[in-house]
Design a protein around this ligand. Sequence first.
Ligand SMILES: Cc1cc2nc3c(=O)[nH]c(=O)nc-3n(C[C@H](O)[C@H](O)[C@H](O)COP(=O)(O)O)c2cc1C
Length: 333
Amino acid sequence: MSTPFFIDHIAVDPPIVLAPMEGVTDRAFRTLVRSLGGCGLAVTEFVSSEGLTREIEASWRMAEIDPGEHPVSIQIYGRDPGRMAQAAAFCQGIGADIVDINLGCPSKTVTTGCAGSALMREPELAAEIFSAVFEAISIPMTVKMRLGWNHEQINAPKIAERAVAIGAKMIAVHGRTKSDGYKGHSRWEMIREVKEAIDVPVLVNGDIIGPEQAWRALELSGADGVMVGRAVMSDPWTLARIACAFRGEDFEDPSIEARRLALHGYLDRVEVDGHFDRKTLMRVKQVVGYFSKGLHQAARLRKGVNLAADFAGVRALVDEFFAFHELRWEVAL
Ligand SMILES: Cc1cc2nc3c(=O)[nH]c(=O)nc-3n(C[C@H](O)[C@H](O)[C@H](O)COP(=O)(O)O)c2cc1C
């Protein structure tokens, strides 16, 4: 049994967090995952503090949250403390429950701008950013990081300690270094040092793909909750599965009807958002792929969807796919 934890006054119940993923955890995807259960907190994809404060529409869109999705955290990145503070205040203004600072993503676009995990090598600047953001908001500030820059420079415990002394209310740690990229495996046991250095909740992250890994990661790290990323892309029910195990219950695999409803809910959400650009279309195609995985004729659906020219084309193929499954079901009965 695993118990909920608090980020300041905010309950994370169950103690399972959807990880920030650029190009994936947009509003429609977060709403979808939340609707499937097991999500105690969701984090947006990282948003540029420069983009937010310079009124770049694409950045604003990445920070959009739904009035119904709480608690939700907006993750920001950047290396200018003033801009980070302004961006954090903006996030609070649009209804975020939490502002998360990205110190941990090795994405090229972030590290070349010397933000993201590059900040693990500049603890003084990182501390300036923590202070500026903390002063700018009244909602909780949290930080996500890797273990360090490389195995010679494991400084997550020190940076976490500094962040908490300034006011951070939760620390999430991916158990790899920046130089690891995604090689090897997440060192959950090394996150224990972070847990022991601070007195706010810690999330263990990296390579958790289901209940078995979630239990093991918690046991080895001593963390208060798990953060899960890539596994949710290949199985959107991953968080629900883990939550069920935490409650000591068996998880029932989603029926075709449950998949149809969830995917329809997602497509409706995208339609309401009304952004039918290329980027959105790519994301929609990806999500359709996750949802149909393992079903009869799924490869055919994915092929068709990949060739579809627009959102309406994708929707028509999805409808056709599930109508076909419904018919198969009736015939089988
Ligand atoms: C496609 C993708 C995009 C990501 N984008 C972000 C991001 O915006 N911010 C961040 O802190 N981490 C980002 N990450 C890292 C994840 O949040 C997570 O730390 C990492 O994938 C390890 O967890 P997992 O094994 O559960 O996926 C991203 C990872 C992936 C695969």
